[in-house]
Design a protein around this ligand. Sequence first.
Ligand SMILES: [Mn+2]
Length: 338
Amino acid sequence: MLRRAGETAIITHRNADLDAIASAMIVARIAESLGVETCLEVPEGPGKQAKDALSELSLTPPGPCESRTYRLAIAVDATNSPQLGGALKLYLTAGARVVVDHHEPGSLAEASDLAIVDPDAASTTEVAVLLSHALGVRLTGGLASLALLGIVSDSRKFSIVGPYTFKAAQMLVEMGGDYGRVMEFFRRSGQQAQEDLSLRIAKLKAFSRLKLGRACHDILVVATHIGSHESAVARSLISEGADVAVVVVERREGFRVSIRVSQRALASGIQASKLAAFIAEKFGGEGGGHEMAGMAHLPHSAAQGPEDLVDELAERLPGKVGRICVEYRASLQEKERS
Ligand SMILES: [Mn+2]
């Protein structure tokens, strides 16, 4: 498809993270090896870690795309159309569309001609690495290090792995990927995050606005809203003892709901992606993600404002969570008996 197209627009999800930027750069490298020109569209610009990684490894991404029709568009690490933000049109108007991803397939896979999607993979980067390997494309040491950053980041330092997460990492080390440097990058960026004033304020504000609910005796469901840093806030709620953390942020295009669940919730059949889908269904939007991390995108019409949405969620979610875990625990008992 790349060869036939001759020119290709690569698109990441909004505020590309390490996994998105690494996958995009590998796809660009594959295109380059075929002599195909690419542009890279990162809606709303890359996130801080992605930006830092590119400059630290002295990697230059392809230039931004023009506002015209491309013959081929490849979306990476994105599942639902709202994740492409302002670049959705670029994707939808392309002559052919490919999505490379590792989430449960969503609306982008539906709108694509080819979906290279493996929900078992811990990162999109490992899918891209195996793709480049299968095509006989070698990566430079710098790009291999970026890819390691993508894999290590999305696998939460190899605590969530797929059937070929380690295989891809091994290939990258063999190609000159610098694992020591990757670890040092995370150490430094973790330290920066801890000292980040706006993140500290966001966490404390979110905690002060918290709505707490309970389901199935010991499952704690919390909901809150914040202006930014919603994923980090949701993660910190889980590490402070919540089992289901739902964090609402209002953006220009609507509400974004970030969902995280604890190991305890997961052991009772409560998955973040399912809750994201439930929220999207109730409020009219799109939702999906992984077992432990999910995201729902809702239109402005879903609620009067973030506070109202939090109230609604705090009211409805514990019931849903309760039904899931009661059914799940009953099915486990059933299994034990038989
Ligand atoms: Mn990813």
